[in-house]
Design a protein around this ligand. Sequence first.
Ligand code: AMP
Ligand code: MG
Length: 354
Amino acid sequence: MNAYKHKLPRRRCLLLFLVLMILPLAGCARMNQAEDTELILGTIVNTRIYGKMSRERLDEAVAAAMDRARSLEQIFSVNIECSEINYVNQNAATAPVPVSKDLFTVMERALYYASLSDGAFDPTLGRLIALWGIGTEQAHVPDGEEIAALAGKKNYENVVLDAANRTIYFKTNDFSLDLGAIAKGYVADEMKRLLVEDYEITSALLNLGGNVITIGSKTDGSDWTLGIADPKNPEDTKNPAVLLKISGQTLVTSGNYQRYYEAPDGTRYHHILDGSTGYPAKSGTVSATIITGCSMDADALSTAVYVLGPEKGAALIETLENTEAVFIDDNGNVTATSGIHDKLHEGSLTLKEN
Ligand code: AMP
Ligand code: MG
């Protein structure tokens, strides 16, 4: 009896001691970090996430996000022979082709931006893009007649989407799809969705080449500071032309220094084509950056406004809510849409001193 009486308080003491030990530890659980870098969709994809969960759990989350990106590559890459987009390109002029939800979602948005930008962004430039081959080993300056035969077509008006049956149909057989200007954005959105919904990640930075997407803010609560490359020295990531602070948003840049072919005479031909001329766009833009919530939208828009040029491009962006743009033009001038000017006054946008 006595022994029992004596035992209980000791157990309670031990329990109390343990609780007191664990509580403060739980309160200041360490922030862990996991990171991975892989080549997906011809782009270096870097995923960096933070959280109070275990390192193992964070590693699992990064691996799942990378898996999702790789599975989307099998849908969107025109460089993978048996990708879904290549199947559509080979068959959609014969009969409507049933497609995955992912492809249908991106195509719907692609056609929306093609018509919004009056063809500046055009997902049906596949044959023209393949003809130039910029960024591939076949890159060359094509014959003027070959270019003319594929230019000025607005073939996005010949794509028929059937939402009820989820099919894609081509009204004519003289074009093909290339979603290189929008797919990376969708991949970024999907990686973010998976990390937030399946792994409850609240702080992350995903970088897919010119596409950056953030989840929340930095672990100390401050904004992410992102740079827009200096076109004169794009590799020098420590010295960008513009610094921007964002949290939760995406920042997508289309720039003529990102991918180009240098002809034997030294002329550079970049990878963003103007469907109306069939040649690399000459709109006075060196880079166009979009800041908004959805990376797929930002991706399509960055290409569209690159082709439209700083003036027409800014006018288009001003019509869209919660969407901003920064342009660097041929003369090195940096211009921005009105919402960014406000941020500039708040000190959230820092223009680099010359
Ligand atoms: P981005 O880097 O997002 O501007 O996309 C450029 C890529 O999209 C190119 O490498 C092509 O695959 C494709 N592309 C080129 N010009 C256009 C255009 N005007 N509209 C849509 N896609 C394009
Ligand atoms: Mg784009």
